[in-house]
Design a protein around this ligand. Structure first.
Ligand SMILES: NC(=O)c1ccc[n+]([C@@H]2O[C@H](COP(=O)([O-])OP(=O)(O)OC[C@H]3O[C@@H](n4cnc5c(N)ncnc54)[C@H](O)[C@@H]3O)[C@@H](O)[C@H]2O)c1
Length: 440
């Protein structure tokens, strides 16, 4: 099979998508500034970028920025349920190579990855590392049925050939960075990858503030439920979970935290949350939200004791946190209530409602993070891509931290765009901070 120029659901949706992209642009002033500079300087001239990202209106603003910087962009979905089909259509209308639609199956998902790899990208941008791990599996000959779907698109293009062309990559999310660190610690990472997720101007804002708001937005849009007065259980009090917990409390919920890390559990307790095991919390929660990046966090024994009508939602990267297999096995009937709500009727008649098939609720049931937050994350992606191209051949083959200057540039530009002032250190203060002579 050869390369399709694009593979999306419905080209006729392009004008709706175009309006949405323009709406997002208004809230992305930092990326707009970068785009203006990129248009003049063309730092990505002759570079092919292979991106595996949620195909949303904000991603559209990023890929247009990369294109204006001179790159040719090939974009596939990083989740089968997160693509905004109208946005995909608008991008195709502008000549982008886009592969993905909402509701694609596993085979189609990996075939879309295959299309991006067929372009032999020079830079990869990933959200969750499905693109990068596919490259590594193909190169190392670890061929599962999913990878076989990607390979079916590649024809005679080999893993070696794909890797040879790559200068470096960028990773957007925590789960992707875990997977990269695992590759790196086993000495298997094949090219340098920047952990965009770990930049301060990403993980202090996108993860807690962006997901905090948008995960609740997803739950509210899907169910119309009143958050005030609800008993909400959040699993994971890391960057994402803590953001969700704080926002839920702000809307009037009583929030319980489930954590495995003693420090984060203690932090949750000192910040005023009840801390319990999942076995205890499962008995009383009205709404459960997972945000751990871990597998089977809510499973058989927890479903057994949940209240009738409990709502289950996941904000972690993969649909593995709420065990769907256990839910299916324990239920006598499965009902589709809406696009976003699946009800499992248990043997004793209790009904448990799973949102967005257990996939990231903010993208499956809403539109993902607010554009103003993605402004920072995607500015980091654009500047990190430029950094990779500028430093091609000299970066170490490891998981690399976003350079401090890039992180600070994004934060400063964002502050300026918000009309906020930054205090400046006086020479005397700088000297004081650098000196060890002065004391009591
Ligand atoms: N929905 C989104 O748009 C979005 C945005 C950013 C990140 N993410 C994803 O959210 C997940 C969490 O990201 P993060 O940045 O908060 O990671 P993090 O490492 O900061 O936090 C994860 C927390 O979960 C805890 N944890 C692990 N296993 C657990 C278990 N079995 N029970 C309870 N707690 C457990 C860890 O101790 C940690 O405190 C990742 O999968 C990440 O990729 C999603």
């Amino acid at each position: 099979m050869g390369l399709k120029d694009y593979w999306i659901k419905d080209q006729s949706l392009d004008s709706i998508g175009d309006k949405k992209i323009r709406w997002a642009e208004r809230e992305m002033p930092v990326l707009r500034m970068i785009r203006e500079r990129f248009s003049k300087e063309k730092p990505l001239k002759n570079i092919r970028i292979g991106a595996c990202l949620h195909i949303t209106k904000e991603t559209a603003v990023l890929v247009k920025t990369l294109r204006d910087g001179g790159a040719e962009v090939y974009l596939c979905a990083s989740n089968p349920l997160s693509t905004q089909d109208d946005v995909a259509a608008a991008l195709v209308n502008e000549g982008f190579h886009v592969y993905g639609w909402r509701g694609m199956n596993q085979k189609e998902y990996y075939e879309c990855i295959g299309h991006v790899l067929y372009s032999r990208p020079n830079v990869t941008i990933d959200d969750g590392a499905d693109l990068v791990t596919s490259i590594h599996k193909i190169r190392y000959g670890i061929i599962s049925s999913e990878i076989q779907h990607a390979i079916s698109i590649l024809g005679s293009v080999t893993g070696e050939e794909i890797v040879k062309n790559i200068m470096g990559g960028c990773e957007e999310t925590t789960t992707g960075v875990y997977r990269l660190r695992s590759l790196s610690s086993q000495g298997k990472l094949l090219y340098p990858i920047i952990a965009v997720n770990d930049a301060a101007s990403k993980s202090l804002f996108d993860n807690p503030v962006g997901t905090g708001q948008s995960a609740l937005d997803g739950i509210i849009r899907a169910t119309g439920t009143l958050i005030a007065g609800k008993d909400i259980v959040v699993a994971g009090y890391g960057r994402v979970g803590s953001g969700i917990a704080v926002k839920a409390r702000g809307l009037g919920a009583r929030v319980t935290i489930v954590e495995v890390d003693p420090i984060n559990a203690l932090r949750a307790a000192m910040e005023g949350f009840r801390v319990e095991s999942m076995s205890t919390a499962a008995k009383h929660g009205d709404i459960f939200i997972t945000a751990t990046g871990n597998i089977n966090v809510i499973r058989r024994e927890h479903f057994q004791v949940m209240k009738d009508d409990a709502i289950l939602a996941n904000a972690g990267h993969f649909d593995v946190e709420i065990c769907k297999k256990d839910l299916e096995e324990q239920s006598v009937r499965v009902e589709t209530v809406t696009d976003c709500i699946t009800t499992y009727v248990m043997k004793d008649g209790r009904r448990l409602h799973l949102l967005g098939e257990g996939r990231l609720v903010n993208l499956a049931c809403a539109e993902g993070h607010p554009s103003a937050v993605m402004d920072m994350s995607f500015s980091l992606q654009a500047l990190s891509s430029e950094y990779i191209v500028k430093n091609r051949g000299v970066l170490p083959v490891e998981v690399i931290t976003v350079p401090r200057e890039i992180d600070l540039t994004v934060a400063k530009l964002k502050l300026a765009s918000m009309g906020l002032e930054l205090e400046e250190l006086t020479d005397e203060q700088k000297k004081y901070l650098e000196s060890w002579h002065l004391g009591t």
